[in-house]
Ligand binder design. Sequence first.
Ligand SMILES: Nc1ncnc2c1ncn2[C@@H]1O[C@H](COP(=O)(O)OP(=O)(O)O)[C@@H](O)[C@H]1O
Ligand SMILES: [Mg+2]
Length: 419
Amino acid sequence: MIRRSPVRVVFVAPFFFPATLRFLDAVASLPGVPVAVVSQAPLAKLPEVIRRKVSGHYRVEDALNAGQLANAVKFLARQMSGVERLFGALEHLQVALGQVRDHLGIPGISEKAARNFRDKAQMKGILRANGLPCARHGRATSMGEARAIAAEIGLPVVIKPPEGAGAVATYRVSNGEELRRALIASAPGPDRPIVIEEFVSGRENSLETVCIRGRPVWDSHTRYTPAPLQVLETPWIQWTVLLPREEHDGDTELIRRPARAALEVLGMHTGLTHLEWFRTERGPAISEVAARPPGAQIVPLNSYAHEADFHHLWARLMVHEEFEPPVRKYSTGVAFFRGQSLGRIGERGGAGRIIALRGLDRAQDELGHLVVEANLPKLGRNKQPTYEGDGYAILRHPDTGVVEKALQRLVSLVQVEVA
Ligand SMILES: Nc1ncnc2c1ncn2[C@@H]1O[C@H](COP(=O)(O)OP(=O)(O)O)[C@@H](O)[C@H]1O
Ligand SMILES: [Mg+2]
């Protein structure tokens, strides 16, 4: 048996949200790997089952502050007699993690590469400079500059923050009045740059890629229906994500080469990345790439599709730089349930509390046999403002067409009423 040299891990998890805990638990469960946690939340908030598995903890005020993170990692490194891995699953952490890795000589994605992934304008600049397809764009720090860029690109455009997430403060602008309103809302300034992009029409998809020291070794793709921005623009639409059973199809054919080239020029090291792209009439256009695992239940979708625990596979990848591609046996998909006001026509969005779930019995009768996991919206809770909404169900079947149809049927049957 080969003896591994010790790998000591610091995992950064500002708060102990369920999705973060699944990644942390997988890392802390690796045999023979000491794992310390840096968080803003107190250690007492970490569920006991995971707390037992961690060998150290350091609490910081602000996990996005590289100085505080560096102090925490130095403290834990003294306790563990060294640290070979420093990572976390959240998008907002990635630059600070890169800074601390560079500063302390820990292998992994550098600050420079992390910024390439984090800053949408910088990312697109690098992609275009390397001849990779993506939207024309510009960065503006004043209203005047923003108007000039929008005029040069031509409407429609999308306006968004350079380091956004979840399509927050992201606007589609089709005419002068919408431009005026979007610019007032996003208020560009020297400390508040905005990105203006050509609006790309096409089917929106993702491609998840596993890289080991920069070398791509595996990927998997999903299809979004409809695009996240359209979900947010349309209060009654419920979002779905489909993971086809086919590992290679027309989509992977189109995107794999540019996606791998994008990862290389942006500076990917080891990890699972989440790339979003549009399938347009003229071919693929890369939308953005994140140097962290995907959200939107795409990790569980992969686990169910392959009957393999992708949280565990990710943990091994990050810690031991190993990945054995599992065999895909199913197509899977997730439907996100989203609260809407059903009462008055023309008032279907808005805030409010969830007062009823409709259509569940019928959905159970028709589609219950396909459901592998469900987290239904909770009565009395406030409606969430995100495209992932208030709950979800994951479906699975060997035939992609069955899952695709069932997802659309499910979101047409189930309604989450808000008042
Ligand atoms: N240039 C664009 N053309 C068309 N739609 C876009 C464009 N940029 C963003 N969007 C839409 O807005 C959503 C959010 O934008 P994105 O760049 O992915 O930021 P994030 O997901 O980090 O908030 C996308 O999923 C897509 O639906
Ligand atoms: Mg996105």
